[in-house]
Design a binder for this molecule. Sequence first.
Ligand code: ADP
Ligand code: 5GP
Length: 237
Amino acid sequence: MFNSLVSFFVSDSALPVIRSRKWAITGKQKREKIMAQIVRRGVCLVISAPSGAGKSTIAQALRSSDANLFTSISVTTRAPRPGEEEGVHYYYRDLEQFRNMAAQGELLEWAEVFGRGYGTPRAPLEAALEEGKDVVLDIDWQGYRQMKKALPGDVVGLFVLPPSLEELEARLRGRQSDSEEEIRKRMQASEAEMSHWSEFDYVLVNRNLDEAVEQARSVLEASRLATGRSSFKRTAS
Ligand code: ADP
Ligand code: 5GP
């Protein structure tokens, strides 16, 4: 998909093929205007972390500063929290509906996290990447593993670590979204989740939120420029 159009000047010495052609035509001209098109599929940045480390805050900060990022809405079997809305935060489905979606191949990845089903709808995400739109997903490490396998050329993984377990627990409590029992479950799972950090392409520690967002944005920007997912067309004007 066409993603950006760049116009620039290339010096004679940078592109010997162009230089020799230009010399043949004009003899004296030293520079030639080249129109370059970089064509690429979208990047899918997957951010994972133990619950409470700040991945959805970071992902949301990236989305709100970049209107071109496609937002993928996950499906879950957990109940909506106060203030959450169907089709905005999640699609809320019962276990049977969720299993049917998984069995029909409607989910690109899915996993059981803290005893509930979570999954990424396939069709909208694949269409976005095909159109060259970038996506930021905040999902668990099992989902990342499946995504990396399904779309190896599109997926870039970023793992977010908390500064400490004490801080992780404080953030879970500070969020005021989960019961004591749920917080206990999430803390219990956190060390096992963190053991997967090295499967990811990048890792950061979310101490200062602004710094963490900047680091995540750098990963996204660098991934957008990766030669591996770009093709390059050029035409002389
Ligand atoms: P996750 O999506 O990983 O479960 P959240 O993004 O919901 O985590 O963050 C958990 C809580 O921690 C939220 O209340 C959020 O505002 C807060 N938080 C996130 N990053 C930081 C940070 N760097 N410092 C302090 N609090 C943070
Ligand atoms: P929460 O219940 O706090 O919204 O989400 C719990 C955990 O589920 C998150 O920490 C995240 O890792 C995971 N999660 C959310 N959406 C998805 C998804 O679509 N797929 C997978 N695999 N995990 C998800």
